[in-house]
Design a binder for this molecule. Sequence first.
Ligand code: SF4
Length: 206
Amino acid sequence: MNKINYQNELDKIIEKNISEGKIPSLLLHACCAPCSSYCLEYLSRYFNITVFYYNPNISLKEEYEYRLNEEKRLISLMDFVNPVRIIEGEYKPKNFYDAVKGLEDEPEGGKRCVKCFRLRLEASAQKAKELGADYFTTTLTISPLKNAGLLNNIGAQYAEKYGVNWLYSDFKKKEGYKRSIALSREYSLYRQNYCGCIFSKNAAQK
Ligand code: SF4
């Protein structure tokens, strides 16, 4: 089976909106400022963006808040073609621990991460629906450590369930990941050395 090029899917959606003279609204689930940097630079040319910081997986609370503040700082510093605003989701780590129960010892990229993606993307679909956003997507596909196919499948499933449009993406294409590193340097962004949950933190310290 041919692998889908999700960047091509995104290109098609952008081209269609341009040809119709539209600047649609987008709910962009964001995991952290470094991953958001390129996604915002790129997507704000074509969308009005609401960044949705929803990451109950992040441990500890101080780390969660630090990443959130970096996200806000980045948005305040960058110049955007179209407006970007940020809203915060509920920080209830219990929701994450309940979702990944029994999968605590899974390696990064395994079954625990699937549950973590589901938790965050379902909440994003619900928020996009509530706000009447034209599309929703996530910055997570920029990471070389994350499976873009899996993220796009999950996103598309929740899009169907909640009646909102999923914006396909693979932000690491077009040198997106490289650009995020350059932008992180330019804005002196905090780049964490673990994904987010306590299990990934413990694994990074081994
Ligand atoms: S490693 Fe990252 S994606 Fe996987 S469960 Fe932990 S925070 Fe979520």
